[in-house]
Write a protein that binds this ligand. Structure first.
Ligand SMILES: Nc1ncnc2c1ncn2[C@@H]1O[C@H](COP(=O)(O)OP(=O)(O)O)[C@@H](O)[C@H]1O
Ligand SMILES: [Mg+2]
Length: 454
């Protein structure tokens, strides 16, 4: 079975060219004001005008804060970094809080590097491979042509393997990177359009190149500052990028990289692409993290920081003071705040419907009404969580469609937060519990913001 992420139905913010929210587009329903606000922010990011600023998305649980952040990520260009972090990930035993925030910051800043590469581009005339008697070594020749010239190149065994792997045939137009020897197939030459044997349904036809076989091309690729740090860190090396576990990076190295990147910028070789760092459940950060953020956002290389919180007035971790969303007021003061509100029943119905489609579950109309109603009584997330179990229950009674009884059953089998709380209270004394601590923990109160238990 395919596991489908909670936000896999979101494909963007669903805004039109004037940033007006469409009622149901790209998987997004309602929450128009917040979506438009997010769109305006993105426009500013794309114009490079909002680096080093912070946005807070504040609203009750399951009001679409994370969904909107995902929509933002999808709207950004493919080479603009979008890094997602849950505040609690910052606390790990391996690296310090500030190190992990620094890494997150640097992962959110792209460096667009322009490089000139030498390529050989032409149509394949012939590939000849000679095998030695033992078959252990291979040598060969590749004949390439443009409309103006033809040249024979010697091939080593690595190149031969690559040609075979890419299934390169006479009549293909190929491009070979001279530095790395990487071969890419650009398509079939028009000259071979009648050559049906070598054609698949997805064959792309291109013109045979003209002029010289050797061409210089500018290629652009974007890497993050963090990737540059890791690649240049002697103790890490680029393999650490794949392992994901990069450990601490020395500040001196970061300084060197910053200087280098500044040089590239001056020489016109590189451009900085400030991206977006999204910190979910931001009330989980403590005062040290917040003061780090405050300072880091003033640095020269800072991304747009988007934070989300579902807390009302709550204690700032690491202090005994309370503040809105558990964020120190000085930081709060420099943020733009986007609030998300509760959905009405019709909107919840639409969202449940989209999720059911996404999970390939068919739900009868009356059952959908029930789900929507249930979502208003419990929470949207609870209703969404019932889609999969009720579909299983429907299958058990050999029904192709989820109907009211399946949902009623699922509702019986799985408690929502409100019933679970009631149960916990009823069972007090029989379950292990802790005395309530002032300012810690929270409760779900009828879909409003989560406030600490007073
Ligand atoms: N406006 C919306 N349109 C479509 N799906 C939404 C919308 N808002 C929330 N969802 C979906 O509802 C679920 C809960 O929303 P989520 O964004 O996780 O809430 P929050 O982060 O505010 O607690 C997710 O599966 C999310 O994708
Ligand atoms: Mg969330």
């Amino acid at each position: 079975m395919e596991r489908i992420g909670a936000h896999s139905h979101i494909h963007g913010l669903g805004l039109d060219a004037n940033l007006e929210p469409r009622q149901n587009a790209q998987g997004m329903i309602g929450q128009g004001k917040a979506r438009k606000a997010a769109g305006v922010i993105l426009r500013m990011v794309q114009e490079g005008r909002i680096a080093g600023r912070a946005i807070l998305m504040a609203g009750p649980p399951s009001s679409g804060k994370t969904a909107i952040a995902m929509g933002m990520a999808q709207t950004l260009g493919s080479d603009v970094p979008f890094v997602m972090l849950t505040a609690s990930e910052v606390f790990s035993l391996e690296i310090s809080k500030t190190e992990s925030l620094t890494q997150a910051f640097r992962r959110s800043i792209g460096v667009r590097i322009k490089e000139e590469t030498e390529l050989i581009e032409g149509e394949v005339v012939e590939i000849q491979v000679d095998r030695s008697v033992t078959g252990a070594t291979k040598t060969g020749r590749l004949t390439l042509k443009t409309t103006d010239m033809e040249t024979v190149y010697d091939l080593g065994s690595k190149m031969i393997d690559q040609l075979q792997k890419e299934k390169v045939l006479a009549g293909d137009v190929v491009s070979i990177d001279k530095a790395s020897g990487r071969i890419s197939k650009l398509g079939r030459s028009f000259g071979r359009a009648k050559d049906y044997d070598a054609m698949g349904a997805d064959t792309r036809f291109v013109a045979c190149p003209d002029g010289e076989l050797q061409v210089r091309k500018e290629v652009v690729h974007t890497v993050s500052l963090h990737e540059i740090d890791v690649i240049n860190s002697r103790t890490q090396g680029f393999l650490a990028l794949f392992a994901g576990d990069t450990g601490e990076i020395k500040p001196e190295l970061r300084d060197q990289i910053n200087t280098k990147v500044a040089e590239w910028r001056e020489e016109g070789k590189a451009e900085i692409v400030p991206g977006v760092l999204f910190i979910d459940e931001v009330h989980m950060l403590d005062i040290e993290c917040f003061s780090f953020l405050n300072r880091a956002m003033e640095g020269e290389l800072a991304p747009l920081v988007v934070m989300a919180s579902n807390r009302g007035i709550t204690r700032i971790r690491g202090t005994k003071y309370k503040s809105p969303h558990g964020i120190p007021v000085d930081l709060l003061d420099r943020m733009l705040i986007i609030s998300t509100g509760m959905y009405n029943e019709a909107e919840m119905r639409e969202i449940v419907k989209i999720r059911a489609d996404e999970e390939d579950v068919k739900i009868a109309e009356p059952a959908l009404d029930l789900m929507a109603n249930m979502a208003t009584q419990t929470s949207l997330r609870y209703a969404l969580n019932l889609i999969a179990p009720s579909s299983l229950l429907a299958l058990r009674r050999k029904s192709p469609m989820v109907d009211i009884p399946d949902i009623k059953d699922a509702y019986q089998y799985f408690s929502d937060a409100v019933r679970s709380t009631a149960y916990a209270k009823e069972m007090a004394g029989m379950m292990f519990g802790e005395e309530e601590e002032e300012g810690e923990g929270g409760r779900v109160n009828g879909g409003m913001m989560v406030d600490p238990v007073a």
